[in-house]
Design a protein around this ligand. Structure first.
Ligand code: ADP
Ligand code: MG
Length: 299
């Protein structure tokens, strides 16, 4: 039977908006020594805004670049899609067409068929994967790197094998992210680690602003899982916090998978051992502290 203290602990947590899906997760939470966090949607608000439209092919205008990007992303649920669609709508720019087929490529971007054209929106590995010429990829990657160096997330737009431009978005860091890292350290967590599919310069900018101990950038969903497994091999009991479908493998591998309830995808909330209601990051150190106090009472 489940000890009374555990039941009471789960009940107390629930009143703080922390849903713990079983007594064993409360006990494991008391032992957490490393916390891995997804960046987009977890450390940041996940509501990026469009900051740049760069034309890389003189046959196209900025409006064309936005039109094609909006057409492809119309079928996407990725947080990067929204600012593109909203900006297009706000400026009365109609998407180039309605996508007939949309294929999200996790960690890389999106492939859509629009008016018979194949449209790619994403990072350089997406272009490589679709056989764009190396010199075109290199030129696009250069333009993307300039935007990334400014802390923005670039997305290259290619139509039928030709790069036409780059759009970039920037996402606000959550106001309680730094305080959360401080409180995790105070609660005895030794390593606070950021995992992101985004580029290194963007990741570094967020890490510097929040006091994160360790940064892993340009990760694919399976790489996130590897970093979690590696922390475990280093002897850590790992909690992983994520919001997206792409975080599901890492959430499942971690000793404790944590989903951000309000912002998180249904898949992330489903996979998680603990769900934090609302968008309050401080509930994470609170959950660990509560778990430590509860299990101390039992001993
Ligand atoms: P994170 O790990 O920070 O949550 P993702 O793994 O979701 O980020 O995405 C990583 C990168 O893949 C993005 O920074 C972007 O370059 C590219 N990407 C993923 N999905 C899309 C999309 N729908 N449109 C454009 N680019 C995308
Ligand atoms: Mg994410």
């Amino acid at each position: 039977s489940i000890p009374v203290a555990i039941v009471a602990g789960i009940g107390r947590a629930a009143r703080y908006g922390i849903l713990i899906k079983g007594g064993e997760f409360l006990e494991t939470s008391a032992k957490i020594t490393a916390v891995a966090l997804d960046k987009t949607g977890t450390l940041t608000e996940g509501r990026p805004e469009l900051t740049d439209i760069v034309v890389l092919d003189p046959a196209h205008t900025r409006t064309d670049v936005l039109r094609w990007a909006a057409a492809a992303e119309a079928g996407s649920e990725h947080p990067l899609a929204r600012p593109i669609l909203e900006t297009a709508a706000a400026h009365g720019v109609a998407p180039r067409g309605i996508p007939a087929e949309v294929l999200p490529v996790p960690g890389k971007g999106i492939v859509a068929t629009v008016d018979g054209a194949v449209v790619l929106v994403g990072n350089p590995p997406l272009l490589d994967q679709h056989g764009l010429p190396a010199d075109a990829v290199e030129r696009a990657a250069g333009a993307a790197a300039e935007l990334a160096a400014a802390g923005r997330t670039p997305m290259i737009v290619a139509v039928d094998g030709a790069v036409i431009g780059v759009v970039a978005v920037a996402d606000r860091i959550r106001t309680d992210a730094r305080e959360m890292v401080t409180r995790l350290h105070a609660a005895g967590v030794k390593r606070v680690v950021m995992l992101t599919g985004d580029a290194r310069p963007v990741a570094d900018a967020v890490s510097a602003a929040t006091g994160i101990d360790e940064v892993h950038a340009s990760l694919l969903p399976e790489d996130k899982l590897d970093v979690v497994a590696d922390l475990q091999r280093r002897g850590h009991v790992v909690a992983m916090v994520g919001d997206g479908v792409n975080d599901a493998p890492a959430l499942a591998t971690a000793d404790i998978g944590v989903a951000m309830g309000a912002a998180g995808s249904a898949v992330a909330v489903e996979t998680a051992d603990i769900a934090l209601m609302g968008d309050n990051l401080l509930r994470l150190p609170e959950a660990i502290g509560l778990a430590r106090r509860t299990t101390r009472v039992m001993r």
